[in-house]
Design a protein around this ligand. Structure first.
Ligand code: PLP
Length: 435
C-alpha cells in the first residue's frame, strides 16, 4: 500500500509543490495538525499564515456551514449578496483611509496584488512599478513579474519593473543600515522623479525574502516620498496583516496610511479569499477588467467576515503581541545551549518571527543547515518552514497559547542542537528541495 505522500507524488503536479519534509496531515485543531498515524504536530507555519485562526475554528466552521447550506449562487460577478457586501463594508471600517474607497474581492493574495497593480497602471496611465528585491507578491501575472523572489529564481521580470534594495538591519551593506535606508530612499526618489511611475508595491515586513523587519520609520519615509510625487503605495499585508504583527495592520507600526492595502491568507480562515482596499478612482476602472467567476462567493466571504469578527472580538492582535514576545524571548533564551551559535538572530513583531541560521565561523547564511533543522523539527513534532534560504519563518496560528509557545522554543532548540550534533540524515533531507 502506498503512503499518502507517495500517492501525492504520483498524482499532483510538481509545479505547485514546495516541500521540506514528507508532511502528511489528515485533520487539525487549534495550533495542532494530526498525521494519518495520529501523531500531533505543533503548527508553527499556519500554512504560511493562511490558517491564521488555527484549524477548525468554530467561528469559521459555523459561518461556512451556514453559507454553504443556503448559498445564493456562487459569486459576486453579476449579483449582490449580503456576505460579499458585508465583508467589503467590514474591511472599509477596519482599514484606515479617506475619500471614496472600494474593495476588490478575490481568491488569493496573488490576484489581489495583480489587480491592484493593473488598476494603478490604468488609473495613472503609467507603466513602471517600483518594487523590492527579494519581495514576494504572487504567483501569477504582474504580481509575479514584480516579485523579486521569482526574478531571483530566474523568472522573467515584468518589462516595466524596477527593484529597490530592501534595507536589512541584520545584513547591512558596507556603510551601515542608516546608509542603506538613505540609499534606498534616494533611489526611490530618482525613479519617482522620472514621472513614469504607476505605483510602488512593498511588504511592510519582507516575508518570503527572509522575514526582514526594516528599521523603524522606513515605511513612513518611503510613503512620504510616494506622496510627494503622487505615487500610490500598495502595501502588501497578505502575509503579515490582520493581527499577526501585534497590531491589526503591519503598516500601523510606522503610522502610515497607504493608498491601497492588499489582504489574503488569514482573511479566508483557510478558504481562498483575498481583498484590495483602495481609492474608488483606482479600483472602479476600467469596469469588468478583473473578472473571476467565483470571486466574492458567499462561502468564502462568510468565512472572511467570521475571521475579521473573531480577530477583533478575541483581541488577537494583542494576543499575538503578548505570545509573540514570549516566544521571541524563549528563542533568544536558547543562547548558550548546544548548537545555539548557529542562531544569527531572532527578530520579528508579534507572531511574525524569523530565526536566522548561520555558519558560526563566518556568519554567512547556512541554507543547508536550515533545511536540516526544519526536517528535524518535523521529526520532533513541529511544522516550520524556511524563507530567504536560511531563516525559519515562525508564523503560528494567532491563537497559539503561551504553553505552546514554550513548547515551540524547546522543539526548535532541540532541532538545532540535533542538527549541529550531526543527528540528521543529510541525504534524506536533500530529497526535499524546498526552494
Ligand atoms: C507578501 C505576500 N503577498 C502575496 C502572496 C501571494 O499570496 P497567494 O499565495 O495567496 O496568492 C504571498 C504568498 O506567500 C505573500 O507572502
Amino acid at each position: 500500500m502506498s503512503t499518502l505522500y507517495e500517492r501525492d507524488e504520483a498524482s499532483i503536479a510538481g509545479i505547485e509543490k514546495l516541500r521540506f519534509f514528507p508532511l502528511e496531515v489528515v485533520s487539525g485543531h487549534g495550533s495542532t495538525l494530526v498525521t494519518p498515524d495520529g501523531r500531533e504536530l505543533l503548527d508553527l507555519s499556519a500554512t504560511w499564515t493562511a490558517c491564521g485562526l488555527g484549524h477548525g475554528h468554530p467561528a469559521v466552521a459555523e459561518a461556512v456551514s451556514r453559507a454553504v447550506r443556503t448559498a445564493p449562487g456562487a459569486g459576486g460577478l453579476s449579483a449582490v449578496h449580503p456576505d460579499s457586501v458585508g465583508l467589503a463594508e467590514d474591511l472599509l471600517a477596519l482599514v484606515p483611509g479617506s475619500g471614496e474607497r472600494r474593495v476588490y474581492l478575490g481568491h488569493a493574495g496573488s490576484d489581489a496584488n495583480d489587480v491592484a497593480l493593473r488598476a494603478c497602471r490604468h488609473a495613472t496611465g503609467k507603466r513602471t512599478v517600483v518594487a523590492f528585491e527579494h519581495s514576494y507578491h504572487g504567483g501569477v501575472g504582474v504580481a509575479m513579474g514584480v516579485s523579486g523572489v521569482h526574478v531571483d529564481a530566474g523568472a522573467a521580470p515584468d518589462p516595466d519593473v524596477v527593484f529597490l534594495p530592501y534595507p536589512n538591519p541584520f545584513r547591512p551593506t558596507g556603510g551601515g543600515i542608516d546608509a542603506d535606508v538613505a540609499e534606498c530612499l534616494d533611489l526611490a526618489e530618482k525613479h519617482f522623479a522620472t514621472g513614469a511611475i504607476a505605483c510602488l508595491i512593498v511588504e511592510p515586513i519582507l516575508s518570503d525574502g527572509g522575514l526582514v523587519v526594516p528599521p523603524d520609520g522606513f515605511l513612513g519615509q518611503l510613503h512620504e516620498r510616494c506622496r510627494a510625487h503622487g505615487v500610490p503605495m500598495i502595501c502588501d499585508e497578505v502575509k503579515m496583516g490582520l493581527g499577526r504583527p501585534g497590531t491589526m495592520h503591519a503598516f500601523e507600526h510606522d503610522g502610515v496610511v497607504p493608498e491601497i492595502v492588499t489582504f489574503g491568507k488569514v482573511l479566508g480562515g483557510g478558504l481562498p479569499l483575498s481583498a484590495a482596499v483602495g481609492p474608488a478612482e483606482i479600483l472602479d476602472e476600467p469596469p469588468a477588467a478583473a473578472l473571476l467567476t467565483t470571486a466574492g462567493n458567499p462561502v468564502c466571504t462568510a468565512a472572511g467576515r467570521a475571521v475579521l469578527a473573531t480577530i477583533v472580538a478575541d483581541r488577537l492582535a494583542e494576543h499575538a503581541a503578548k505570545v509573540g514576545a514570549a516566544l521571541q524571548d524563549a528563542l533568544r533564551g536558547l543562547a548558550g545551549s548546544p548548537g545555539a551559535d548557529r542562531i544569527g538572530e531572532v527578530r520579528g513583531r508579534g507572531l511574525a518571527i524569523g530565526l536566522e541560521l548561520v555558519d558560526p565561523q563566518t556568519g554567512d547564511r547556512d541554507p543547508r543547515f536550515a533545511a536540516q533543522v526544519v526536517y528535524r523539527a518535523w521529526e520532533l513534532g513541529a511544522v516550520v518552514f524556511y524563507v530567504g534560504g536560511n531563516v525559519l519563518e515562525i508564523t503560528p496560528p494567532l491563537v497559539l497559547t503561551e504553553d505552546e509557545a514554550a513548547r515551540a522554543a524547546v522543539i526548535l532548540g532541540d532541532a538545532i542542537a540535533d542538527v549541529a550534533a550531526g543527528k540528521v540524515d543529510a541525504e534524506e533531507v536533500a530529497r526535499y528541495a524546498g526552494w
